[in-house]
Design a protein around this ligand. Sequence first.
Ligand code: GLU
Length: 443
Amino acid sequence: MLRFAPSPTGDMHTGNLRAAIFNYILAKQKGEAFLLRIEDTDTSRNIEGKDKDIMFLLTLFGISWDNLVYQSNNFPRHRQLADYLISQGKAFYCYCTKEFLEAKREEAKKNKIAFRYQDSWALLQKDSHSNPVIRLKGSSEPMSFYDEIKGEVKFDCNEVDSFVIIKEDGIPTYNFACAVDDMLYDVDFIVRGEDHVSNTPKQILIHKGLNYAKKIQFAHLPIILNEEGKKMSKRDNASSVQWLLNEGFLPQAIANYLILIGNHTPCEVFTMQEAISWFDIKRIAKAPARFDIDKLRFLNREHFKRLNELDLAALLGYKDTSIGGLAKLYLQEASTLNELKTKIDRIFFNKTKLLEQEKEGEILELKEEFNTLHNTLLKLLESLDWQNTSYEEFKTKAMQESNLKGKRFFKPLRYLLTGFEHGPELNDLFLYLRNFLKDILRK
Ligand code: GLU
């Protein structure tokens, strides 16, 4: 079983989505089930509705799950297993107050030694504390595990001291709930962010304590850096999956990008379904990947090209296939859905009104020519069967009738047809525009 285990404590970021994609791909490759586990153990940080947001986004990215679990539903099981660990002498109650531990931490800092919890402290404050936590006994030996990306990862015993598995309020910690649920649901391959490397020995220790011997494979993904080479944080817009979608990046392009970065892939442009046939987690680079929005823009254009014209039109809010074709021509200067929509919507604006609002541009000096040509075209519209007219024929007729030529003809013409002074070849655009001329040229 593979799993994706998000905490419903904030918006999904690109690192989370990357882990979800990789776990999903591995589940498909191995023919195993995929579990979505909502890790709602941190009750004070849970945000209502975030679980639904996560499910919506996964669905949008084509990631479906076979099984859905809320970790809080398993709290009684976690508690039972913690009691079992106590009965086996592998876990114990600890009555230390926060203040006591804080003082000990300060002391260690002052003496310049790493803080390590001492089991002998457990009962010192028994009388002043009525809600003890439960700790699992730490490791007295060095520990290690094999990571599919990082190779052997080692910890000395100081790094795994006795740690809390059940908090004062009776709720399991992340590490305990995670390790127990991985065991209960038979998870055998875990892909997650590198920030969890230090949790892994603790989770292995929990499994050992529970006499769970299954060998679990781990792969910890290097972090994603921002364009300045620093760790991506909430302040980086591109770290938010929702922001990327709002900007008009396609889910298939975002998924493509997250599989591509820091990886050796046989090709550059692909879908998640295609990646299932060749993805190899071992090929993910150890070094952190750097987020490159230009690369994402390139992939977005490539995925627009792959869309059929009717679907593309629908994404832009139009029903006609031709709009999809038209939009593809604009891919030479637009990369996102929002940018494309700006181009296409403008074609259908009332150009006289649009021109009145213009503040700059050569077209302002060609108002007269604009009006002349506008009237000419409207007249021609009545006499010609536009849908079967070639651009050459249309252009020749319009030039003749308007008596305009050169820039004085082409600038107003382009503006009348597209609402912009520059853009793709009119020759190419006309093939699509001619279907809508009545609408485009209305006064
Ligand atoms: N809830 C953890 C997170 O969102 C998941 C860690 C894991 O996959 O074990 O980071």
